[in-house]
Design a protein around this ligand. Structure first.
Ligand code: FAD
Length: 236
């Protein structure tokens, strides 16, 4: 029997055209214990015949009184319900789950490869590194389709200063006149070598949709990284 606890929606932020940030607080005021990188199961109408449950990576750091989620509004079963959700609505959450973790005592130099909302578990790790002032050196390559799809852009840019993060954002569908001057195209071996020259010394983590994760695993292996060293969280 899975323990599903009631949480209320404390905040909804329309972050980008397709992604909303949902913040939940537990009804009993308790704080969930989890390691950065883990996910929860979010339930609509838990314990009723209409129950819908889906997995979401936690973007907030451990110790926070909110569970923050970055959700791509895919117009599917659960995301359609979330489209009309309001602050105060009750959902149920079970967890935490997952093996996609990093250990700041062992993983001192990390390479995070994020596709779209796959940024979420890395945000939890990065916020944890920042808030606890951990001695971890992160590089993040973050792939979005359009420049206006960058989640928490200001916070990521601030982390280049506060924790010395090497931040590389790449736009896969640049448009004429969009003003984007950064990297363009999908993450590949060449981009990793150019932008993270010390990639071989880093512990690699990948998160995003299935096709993204598969392509990134292949790129890292082509660069000589053994499959056993690569940690990946696959969605869907
Ligand atoms: C470990 C893990 C962590 C995850 N973390 C996140 C996260 O942090 N953020 C996030 O956004 N997602 C995350 N996901 C994915 C998430 O669990 C859901 O799969 C996603 O939100 C879609 O759920 P849904 O019920 O809205 O879509 P579903 O109804 O399950 O549909 C799945 C997909 O099919 C498409 N679809 C549905 N019906 C149709 C139709 N009739 N015709 C065409 N296409 C259709 C939908 O657009 C959707 O893309 C994670 C998944 C896993 C396994």
């Amino acid at each position: 029997m899975i323990l599903k606890k009631p949480y209320y929606l404390s905040e909804i932020i329309k972050e980008t055209p397709d992604v909303s940030i949902f913040r939940f607080k537990s009804q009993d005021g308790s704080t969930m214990n989890f390691d950065p990188g883990m996910f929860i199961m979010l339930y609509y109408k838990a314990n009723t015949p209409e129950e819908i449950g889906r997995a979401y990576s936690i973007a907030s750091p451990p110790g926070s009184d909110v569970i923050e989620l970055f959700i791509g509004m895919a117009h599917g079963k659960l995301t359609s319900k979330l489209e009309t959700a309001k602050v105060g609505d009750i959902y149920h959450i079970a967890g935490p789950y997952g093996q996609f973790r990093f250990d700041p005592n062992k993983n001192k130099k990390v390479l995070f490869l994020a596709g779209g909302t796959g940024l979420a578990p890395f945000m939890s790790m990065l916020r944890y590194i920042r808030d606890k002032k951990l001695d971890v050196n992160p590089s993040l390559i973050y792939s979005v389709r359009y420049p206006n799809e960058i989640i928490r852009k200001a916070e990521l840019e601030e982390m280049t200063k506060s924790i010395g993060m090497n931040l590389v954002v790449t736009v896969t569908r640049p448009q004429p006149g969009d003003g984007w001057e950064g990297e363009k195209g999908h993450i590949n071996e060449d981009m990793i070598k150019r932008r993270v020259p010390d990639f071989a010394e880093r512990d690699p983590y990948i998160c995003g949709p299935q096709a993204f994760t598969a392509a990134m695993k292949q790129a890292l292996q082509n660069l000589g990284i053994p499959a056993s060293k690569i940690k990946a969280e696959i969605w869907g």
